[in-house]
Design a protein around this ligand. Structure first.
Ligand code: ZN
Length: 507
């Protein structure tokens, strides 16, 4: 056994590993935002080298010994919510997940997913599902094996649970199903009523052409006003917006800009700012440890969706933002009022593509993917039958016919990367965001009145205190109960969507 204070040694080893991880995240950011094309081969080598070092550090036997020592020390783990107990619990979780997987399986998964990713890209381009199916089959078989190694299903749950653990610790398929079912039924009904409404809002802003630099500078103004700290971060552009960074105090986010879609740049900036402000809201003393990290992808997404939707798609926000927009863009939006933009941003449409979906239908796109991936992992659905099952669900839930697989089951990259268990985190994020926002509104008073005055710090302060500063102290479900007094339910999101869209569509 290692000598000295086992907990301190454990934390120092973990921080070393985390340092390599943040270097590789930074290199990834650089690759997407700054790197010239010819740098690709060197960058791949650098990232592979770092990944190898990180893996060796994660599975280092000494970590196991230090964990054993910490777990037999009451002063470290006695209070399960203390900083030390949480750090030990989470480092143990990562260690166990890594050492339970045979290295041959890890290698097989890496090569299968790189082949599947390439096959997927071709299949999507050529609308040829058959070209992708054998690779996906192989990948699903390996993921089922991975779930078995991780003990998936042994606790009476599902193999899928073990795969989701990587993205949403503690997440169980049956809990997801229990929340998704009522949500699906009422959303299908709501989408139908909105489609039939005699009043249909019109898009008055998405055709106005706006200069790239002007959009980016406005996006920076808004990100700063809502609370993103530019002393501790940057905003750049990339084809797929994301948020990462080089570690504490250096948060890097990107947005996407199209000439005639100014509101889209703003929505995506507010979304990434939500992620960024969560990262910036963790405490420096916990940097590089689980207590300075995030709970889960679902909770991360709850922060981005809250700023994107509850704030950025509210009428109150636009009452505050419109004068700034007129000032910034001059005559471009002359005659456009806050209400016009508000309605333009809240048009609900049954559409084929998830990433372009609105706030209401988005969740139906996610549920379809969740149900299908669950069936694949259970062995209830063969890969060959995926397109048919996909198209059937799009007809059932969204009432639309899928013309081809390119805009159908081949549209997303996730499954080709082996990311099964990931999709539900998007809708979990929407559910958590609605439940958190409702609680904040109860505790803080009228948030819309604050937004109209440009006050966003009150809300951000509440999120910091209740969510960001806790790091990984609570699992997502427990955090939700601690913050809102209730388990995660579909009710708050449904109240938000039915209330808002009922008003926009004059139901
Ligand atoms: Zn996000």
């Amino acid at each position: 056994m290692a000598s000295g204070n086992a907990y301190e040694q454990l934390i120092s080893k973990h921080r070393e590993m985390n340092t390599l991880q943040t270097i590789s995240w930074g290199l990834n950011w650089d690759q997407d935002v700054m790197m010239p094309p010819k740098g690709l081969k060197s960058r791949a080598r650098e990232l592979e080298y770092l990944a190898g070092l990180i893996h060796d550090m994660v599975i280092d036997e000494e970590i196991g010994e230090l964990l054993d020592a910490c777990e037999s020390d009451e002063s470290v783990i006695g209070d399960r919510l203390s900083v030390s107990a949480v750090n030990v619990r989470e480092i143990r979780r990562g260690y166990d997940m890594a050492v339970k997987l045979p290295s041959q399986l890890v290698k097989d998964l890496t090569s299968a997913s790189s082949l599947a990713r390439a096959a997927w890209a071709d299949a999507k381009k050529n609308n040829d599902f058959k070209g992708f199916a054998p690779q996906l089959e192989k990948l699903v078989a390996l993921l089922r094996e991975k779930a078995d190694c991780l003990g998936g299903g042994e606790d009476g749950g599902e193999k899928w649970d073990a795969l989701a653990e990587e993205y949403e610790p503690g997440c169980k398929a049956r809990d997801v199903e229990a929340v998704f079912k009522p949500l699906r039924e009422r959303l299908v009904d709501l989408v139908g009523r909105l489609a039939e409404s005699s009043y249909q809002p019109k898009d008055v802003v998405n055709h106005v052409e706006v200069d790239f630099d002007q959009q980016l500078s406005f996006a920076k103004v808004i990100a700063g006003k809502i609370g993103f700290d530019f002393e501790g971060g940057r905003l750049d552009t990339s084809s797929h917006p994301f948020c990462s960074g080089f570690g504490y105090g250096d948060c890097r986010m990107t947005t996407r800009i199209h000439k005639n879609k100014m509101p889209d740049a703003l929505s995506s900036t507010m979304h990434e700012s939500g992620h960024g402000m969560y990262t910036q809201g963790t405490l420096e003393e916990h940097a590089g440890t689980p207590m300075g990290s995030y709970v889960s992808l679902g909770i991360h997404e709850s922060q981005s969706r809250l700023w994107e939707n509850q704030v950025g798609r509210s009428e109150a926000f636009w009452k505050w933002c419109m004068p700034l927009m007129h000032e910034h863009f001059g005559e471009k939006f002359a005659g456009v009022h806050a209400r016009d933009v508000y309605e333009s941003l809240n048009i609900v449409e049954r559409s084929l593509i998830r990433t372009q979906a609105d706030e209401v239908t988005y969740n139906l796109h996610i549920m379809i993917r969740f149900e299908l991936e669950l069936a694949l992992v259970r062995g209830d659905l063969n890969v060959a039958d995926l397109p048919g099952a996909w198209n059937e669900k799009y007809k059932d839930y969204l009432g639309i016919d899928v013309p081809d697989d390119g805009v159908g089951c081949l549209q997303d990259i996730h499954w080709s990367l082996g990311a099964i268990g990931y999709f539900p985190t998007y809708t979990l994020g929407n559910l958590y965001s609605a439940q958190f926002y409702e609680k904040a509104n109860q505790e803080l008073g009228d948030l819309h009145a604050m937004f109209e005055q440009g006050d966003f710090t009150t809300l951000l302060g509440w999120l910091r205190k209740n969510i960001h500063e806790h790091g990984m102290r609570y699992r997502a479900g427990e955090l939700c109960e601690v913050v809102t007094g209730e388990k995660l339910k579909a009710d708050a999101l449904l109240r938000h969507l039915e209330g808002k869209y009922g008003e926009v569509y004059k139901l």
